[in-house]
Design a protein around this ligand. Structure first.
Ligand code: CA
Length: 233
């Protein structure tokens, strides 16, 4: 279930957005200002942030800039919400690093379409579409992982880990990044936990001869590679 942080100081608007998003299958957290939003994001990275421009104290634009400047949050998907329809404001919002921009009032349909479009581009693992890499296929809607006729058995953590790696292939992910994106907790879980689950994931992929696709990049982390060749251990 994709998680959305709604940063909006007007309670009625925040509640309305929350109701509509929950109805559409999103998990919603609310923040009334930049401080609350910062605390929420420091604890757990949401899949996407709906960020109101006009907030008491620090503005939404300043907050977006701050997130973009931080390595941990620089790729956090952000949609700015604003009452302004001015073209120069739109440019300023996008300049601050927003992925998209919605002018109030907007319809629920429009909001959902924009959220899904941004997630498809920035965070495909948050959506339910099946993904295939080198014949290995993972389907989040049926929770099945297959390669040809081989049906693989994965635990829930290994499933999420594989889903993340398959939707971001060829890139090296540090253990801290994996804890953030797969476990949703980068503070209280030891990085060694990642190694344990990577080992289990490789074992689970063995029946389909896919274990070698999960590469260890020394000193950096892990990567799912299409080019990887089976190593003789
Ligand atoms: Ca506001």
């Amino acid at each position: 279930m994709p998680t959305v942080l709604v940063v909006e100081d007007e309670a009625a608007i925040a509640e309305l957005i929350a109701i509509n998003l929950r109805h559409a299958g999103f998990e919603v957290t609310l923040a009334e200002n930049a401080d609350q939003a910062t605390v929420a994001v420091d604890a757990v990275l949401p899949d996407l942030v709906l960020l109101d421009w006009m907030l008491p104290g620090q503005s939404g634009v300043a907050l977006a800039r701050r997130w973009r400047a931080d390595a941990r949050t620089k790729e956090l998907p952000i949609i700015m919400l604003t009452a302004r329809a001015d073209e120069t404001d739109k440019v300023a919002g996008l300049d601050a690093g927003a992925d998209d921009y919605l002018t109030k009032p907007f319809s629920t349909q429009e909001l959902l379409a924009r959220i899904r479009a941004v997630l498809r581009r920035r965070l495909p693992e948050a959506l339910d579409s099946a993904v295939e890499v080198s014949g290995l296929r993972l389907d989040p809607s049926t929770r099945r992982v297959t390669r040809g006729a081989v049906d693989l058995k994965l635990g829930p953590t290994e499933f999420r880990l594989l889903h993340f790696l398959m939707t971001h292939p060829e890139r090296v992910h540090s253990r801290a990044q994996l804890l953030d994106r797969v476990w949703g907790d980068h503070v209280f879980i030891e990085e060694r936990t990642v190694d344990v689950h990577v080992k289990r994931l490789r074992e689970a992929l063995q029946p389909a001869q896919c274990a070698h696709m999960i590469e260890t990049v020394r000193g950096a982390g892990y990567r799912l590679s299409q080019q990887a060749v089976a190593q003789t251990a």
